[in-house]
Design a protein around this ligand. Structure first.
Ligand SMILES: *Cc1c(COP(=O)(O)O)cnc(C)c1O
Length: 411
């Protein structure tokens, strides 16, 4: 093999991020390549949850809304996420889910572009991004969805001059390919439309730069390790904050939530993108994870991500080349996130057999094997061992076992 396990161990010894692995709980014998779906738990999350339950909730009861800053969690947590996505203070609000954030961002964009009645949506996008736009446009009436595939067809879609906004994911959830956000944003804005980025597969994978974008949404339970069901974020560029209005006019986005007025008035700034009572326990786990992110150099995160994904591609192609795998992620590190995907005609049983041997990736219909590389807790030796195990599963056809064919509810 061109790269030996010992070589990988040497790279790990030199890794400036190596100390961070110890911040996370990872089961013994598991190589976890699904941090792009649900990040591993930071050890400090348990203590944070216990403190929130026992000291804040248990100690101060309803008074904790003031005393422990619960009411301000959407904006205080937003300010901690902002640096990771190239945003500033008072530009990010946290709460709800990414699906809900899409309704907020797209409905706000419609309001900012009166007279334009088209939203451009990517056929390859994560389905909920499309479903939410479909539901929103049907409910509003008079709006049209124009489909593109990735950024292909974008210029044609923008040409008629009737597009209010474009919604794309920075990193494709299936292939792991990454858009040039600055270039695409500039093209969309030059056509008079607003650019909304979904950062679900980019936030925490590398330094994101949303400073030119109009809106962005994203979840915190993938690379950001905020925990299952952790709240999502919405970014609103300062140039839109005074005017942007969205559809979900809940009391936590009201100018004076505790005046209990009969009518809605939007809060100043990004706070108006909050909707309702924050999920305080989920925020506790997320903020524990952000304590770690605060100490991380994103240039080191990106360098390690590129090293791990490149290593995996090289090893798999060297060890597994004859076994029916096709790389669907870009070979150019600039054009990919922190994920590598291969297709295989029997992808589902292959992934099940791999998981049975301790290597956890996941499967996305119809035939994609996904491997996410979270740079905070993965090592080069993990990448090595994962590739060797995959070669064994394919070489010995271990996936042909009948029990790997039955589909589980969550793949
Ligand atoms: C993970 C993901 C979501 C998840 O949406 P939820 O509302 O949190 O269920 C949405 N969009 C994309 C692109 C994703 O990758």
């Amino acid at each position: 093999m061109t790269i030996s396990r010992a070589d990988c161990a040497a790279l790990d010894a030199d890794d400036p991020l190596k100390g961070l692995r110890d911040e996370f709980t990872l089961p013994e014998g598991t190589i976890y390549l699904v941090g792009n779906s649900l990040g591993a738990p930071p050890k400090r999350a348990s203590a944070a949850l216990l403190r929130t339950v026992e000291q804040e909730w248990g100690g101060r009861l309803v008074g904790a809304w003031n005393a422990d800053g619960w009411f301000d969690l959407p904006t205080s947590t937003g300010d901690r996420i902002a640096p990771l996505i190239g945003a500033g203070p008072d530009q990010v609000v946290v709460g709800d889910t990414t699906s809900i954030g899409i309704v907020k961002a797209v409905s706000a964009a419609f309001g900012l572009r009166p007279g334009r009645r088209v939203v451009v949506s990517d056929l390859e996008n994560f389905p909920t991004d499309r479903y939410m736009v479909q539901g929103l446009t049907e409910a509003l009436g008079g709006y049209e969805i124009r489909d593109v595939r990735g950024a292909d067809g974008l210029d044609e879609a923008l040409a008629p001059g009737d597009v209010a906004c474009v919604l794309l994911s920075e990193v494709d959830y299936r292939t792991g390919d990454r858009h040039d956000t600055a270039e695409v944003t500039a093209r969309v804005q030059a056509a008079g439309a607003l650019m909304i980025w979904d950062l679900c597969h980019s936030a925490g994978a590398y330094q994101v730069d949303m400073s030119p974008a109009d809106f962005a949404v994203g979840c915190t339970y993938k690379y950001l390790n905020g925990g299952p069901g952790a709240p999502a974020f919405v970014y609103v560029h300062p140039r839109h904050q005074a005017e942007a209005r969205h559809l979900l006019t809940g009391w936590h986005g009201h100018a004076a939530p505790f005046a209990f007025e009969p009518g809605y008035r939007p809060a100043e700034g990004v706070r108006r993108f909050a909707v309702s009572t924050p999920h305080v326990l989920s925020f506790a786990a997320l903020n524990a994870s952000l304590d770690i992110w605060e100490r991380v150099d994103m240039a080191q995160v990106r360098a390690k991500s590129v090293a791990l994904t490149s290593l995996f591609i090289d090893l798999v192609e060297e060890l597994c080349e004859p076994y029916g795998l096709t790389l669907v992620t870009s070979r150019d590190p600039e054009r990919r996130g922190s994920q590598v995907s291969f297709t295989h005609p029997d992808g589902y049983p292959v992934m099940r057999a791999l998981i049975d041997r301790g290597v956890h990736g996941d499967f996305r219909a119809p035939d994609v094997l996904r491997f996410g590389f979270a740079p905070l807790y993965l090592r080069h030796v993990d990448v090595h061992d994962a590739a060797v195990t995959l070669a064994e599963v394919l070489g010995k056809e271990l996936w042909r076992d009948e029990r790997y064919r039955r589909r589980l509810a969550v793949t």
